[in-house]
Design a protein around this ligand. Sequence first.
Ligand code: NAP
Length: 200
Amino acid sequence: MRILIIGGTGTIGKAIVRHYSKEHEVLMASRTSEQYPVDIADAESIKELMRKVGTCDAVICAAGEARWGPFDGLLEEDYYIGIRSKLMGQVNIVRIAQYHLSPNGSITLTTGILADDPVVQTASAAMVNGGIHSFAQAAALELENGIRLNVVSTGVVEDAYKKYQDYFPGHNPIPMQKMLRGYIRSVEGKGNGQIIRIYD
Ligand SMILES: NC(=O)c1ccc[n+]([C@@H]2O[C@H](COP(=O)([O-])OP(=O)(O)OC[C@H]3O[C@@H](n4cnc5c(N)ncnc54)[C@H](OP(=O)(O)O)[C@@H]3O)[C@@H](O)[C@H]2O)c1
């Protein structure tokens, strides 16, 4: 397969790249990539990326930001960071990438446990994750040429646990291999419109 991984240099993306590079052609995109630069908060930038990439069999997005902070301190502009980047960024990836996928190809988005089990300071991030879940379930009904759309939603992954553990008291870190299986299931399984939850 020819697989485009957006956010392939991140904590989650790196593990996906490592896995799929063994037997597949992997293209890695992110804001700082020399070969495939993209800012998902900008639809034109996604279009430019897809023109450059051409056709692929799977697109995986493990990128997107949202502002964290106490609810009474979050300003309207803070919410727009997540809306533009993680939410509309991933919505636009689906809108644009669907025309660059081979028949029966797949798109996999990334959200996280906050959609279902939020912790403090995540009103914006949780909102965005929940929006992506609803979007993906609806959009998946209308994709053509056998193209499938799924979302992987994990708890805090083991490799990021140190950074986030104070926000997630009592949560189980998700082993990287377990997280990875969510992406494999989305790319190689037959499921469509699924929210693949990996929370324990
Ligand atoms: N870490 C966790 O435990 C966890 C759990 C559940 C969900 N998530 C979600 O999964 C996603 C990835 O998390 P992570 O921990 O792997 O993040 P990370 O380590 O910060 O990596 C983010 C990756 O995305 C790229 N990126 C960031 N913003 C971008 C943009 N606007 N356009 C294009 N590329 C962009 C980064 O590269 P550049 O800087 O070069 O752009 C990098 O490759 C995030 O949306 C996060 O909320 C994370």
